[in-house]
Design a protein around this ligand. Structure first.
Ligand code: NDP
Ligand code: MG
Length: 389
């Protein structure tokens, strides 16, 4: 039996992973499931999958979780430290599907124990890519991409020589507002930004898709994970979300990964890697689909892309600033404090302020420096939000 842990088990990606695991319960020994406020789901899954421990990141949810788990044989714990402790429990495979930079520490702890880490939590690569990749190398651990574009690139690279790669193209649906006149974007509401044309995902990443902050993060994720030059990475708007990424080689070939917009494919690929196993996802009927379309991204519509490109060029701790400011700006938008277009302004202002203060590029990428940068960037972004509100 394979021992597995799922961080962020109650979320959109976590639930897709549980769907796969629950179909074949005899194959897995579930060690830990972690979640946040959705403790009913957490407790239900922990009992049904017979997990050793269920952990909520919120101490105030502990009593309710304990009540739900009393007499079930599943242990429980609460708080960020308890999640990090759960990450230290030996497993063969762990899924990092926490949302936000809170996913960084559990991911690092799992890597230090040599775990095979399936990584959906792109924020940890954006915030501290070199730290994550070096930790994996130093401890003989493997990171497997779960973000659909990065899983697609990873699959297109099987058996290939990185030296022959000329470019990496990640696709973008264009998000909820792809057909809106730009003038309307400033008045976009939370409900409008929270609906995705093709993918069914958590609310935060859905809004990030409408603003293309998600694609900006994925540019940085591509650079950090595959170690490619930023100039080699492109974004292509592809409305159908069926081609997830393409890799261009020095002989002119483009290897495209085509599949249904269902995260269970990328999660399942990482779960069974290096094998391919049957997965319960739709088989595409391309004749029925008929046509696939492609467009260059409109940078005026999606300022997040240029910000991400600057961050890739700058490197160092600027990714930590970008991610933290983006998370804070997104909180501000969700709380109704700032408008949709203000999110990219908040991130730009925070990056400007913190890069002119200096030290972002040359500082050592230690966990302490990353956490301190993340903390400061949230304060600066909060100040920018107050100026706007
Ligand atoms: P969700 O918001 O649906 O779920 C997030 C999970 O993290 C939940 O289990 C949540 O608990 C938990 N959580 C929230 N805050 C914290 C915290 N501070 N500490 C620990 N756990 C916390 O997110 P998604 O599933 O949409 O996304 C998860 C990750 O995967 C993100 O990094 C996202 O960018 C990435 N991703 C998602 C895709 C998708 O299809 N959704 C596609 C590609 C990448 P609770 O809900 O119980 O409060
Ligand atoms: Mg993606």
């Amino acid at each position: 039996m394979r021992r597995i842990t799922i961080f962020g088990a109650t979320g959109s990606v976590g639930q897709s992973a549980i769907d796969l695991i629950a179909r074949n319960p005899g194959a897995y020994d579930v060690v830990a499931l972690t979640g946040g406020r959705n403790i009913t789901q957490l407790a239900t899954d922990a009992v049904r999958l017979n997990a050793d421990i269920a952990v909520t990141c919120y101490p105030e949810c502990y009593d309710d979780l304990r009540t739900l788990l009393t007499g079930t044989g599943v242990a429980c714990a609460a708080g960020a430290d308890a999640i990090a402790e759960a990450a230290a429990r030996p497993v063969d495979w762990a899924l990092s599907a926490i949302i936000g930079s809170a996913g960084l520490v559990p991911g690092l702890v799992a890597l230090k124990h040599g775990t095979k880490l399936a990584l959906a939590n792109k924020e940890s690569l954006v915030t501290a890519g070199p730290l994550l990749m070096n930790t994996a190398r130093a401890h003989g651990a493997t990171i497997l991409p779960v973000d659909s574009e990065h899983s697609a690139v990873f699959q297109a690279l099987v058996g290939e020589d990185m030296a022959a790669v000329e470019r990496v193209i990640i696709t973008a649906s264009g998000g909820a507002f792809r057909d809106w006149p730009i003038e309307r974007l400033a008045s976009a509401t939370l409900a409008q930004a929270s609906s995705h044309p093709n993918w069914d995902m958590g609310q935060r990443i859905t809004i990030d898709s409408a603003s293309m902050f998600n694609k900006g993060m994925e540019l940085i994720e591509t650079k950090e994970f595959f170690g490619v030059d930023p100039a080699m990475i492109e974004v292509l708007v592809h409305r159908e979300s069926l081609i997830h990424a393409l890799v261009g080689f020095n002989d002119g070939a483009l290897m495209a990964h085509v599949g249904p917009p269902d995260m269970r494919h990328a999660i399942g690929y990482a779960l069974h890697w290096p094998e391919r196993r049957t997965l319960p996802v739709e088989r595409l009927d391309l004749a029925k689909i008929g046509a696939l379309t492609f467009e260059a991204p409109d940078h005026a519509r999606y300022p997040a892309l240029a910000l991400a490109q600057d961050v890739m060029q700058a490197g160092g701790l600027s990714g930590a600033v970008f991610n933290a400011a983006k998370e804070r700006a997104l909180d501000g938008f969700i709380a109704g404090r700032i408008g949709f277009l203000d999110m990219s302004r908040v991130v730009a202002m925070t990056l400007d302020k913190m890069s002119s203060a200096g030290g972002l590029q040359n500082a050592d990428m230690t966990l302490d420096n990353v956490m301190e940068t993340d903390r400061l960037a949230r304060i600066r972004a909060g100040e920018a939000i107050s100026q706007m509100g």
